[in-house]
Design a binder for this molecule. Sequence first.
Ligand code: MG
Length: 264
Amino acid sequence: MRICRFAVNDELFYGVLEGLDAAGEPGDETVIAVLDGHPFNGINPDGRFVRYQDVRLVAPVIPTKIIGIGKNYAAHAAETNLGSVPVEPLIFLKPNTSVVGPGEPIQMPWQSERIEHEAELAIVIGRVCKEVPKERAADVIFGYTCANDVTARDLQLSDGQWTRAKGFDTFCPLGPWIETEFDWEDVAVQCSVNGTQFQDGNTNDMVFDIASVVEAVSNAMTLLPGDVILTGSPAGTSVIKAGDTVAVKISGIGTLKNPVVDRE
Ligand code: MG
């Protein structure tokens, strides 16, 4: 099931996408079954439908927190000069004010001269949980979406920690929707800029798999419904600048596209 969040005028709703084409993409026939409230306590359609073409998708969730996993693909750890892969999942936070939805601009802050895209598979948590053992990780996962862990690489290195580099407003595009039926193994995670592909990784190359990540994060902090875990970026990150369009594509979920603009 594909759960989206959308705006009609200034009002926000959750909904279930129906009538996707053979490739799983929205088309002329696509409609959205409107949900009563949010989907984390059960999927409750309110009986209304809207045409996909008549609405604007927004970020599928505004989490209370976004937990990033650093250096979870060995080849990316090597290319960024941030040292070897960690012996346990390396956890950092991005503020929820960094979230933007599909089609919303990523704003380039003036403090950085090297801002890079990081295409990542994002886990969306479905229930309040803590200390979740690997074997029960699937029980607390609501679904998955695409993420771009936008990073000011120069500040990441010069600050010595990652909060500013990864925390600027608009530095966490999420979407275009949450896929609730998704097998994360052997999935391509790709990123292109202006149509040229820069990242082409595979989730099988994660240092710590999905269950291990959920266990490690929930051993440190309580997770709430809608919280998002970014599972790390494969190699191939590259610089983005105003005027670019960045597309994160994950097989079985979809494509998250964002234009890049200078911060006003
Ligand atoms: Mg990352």
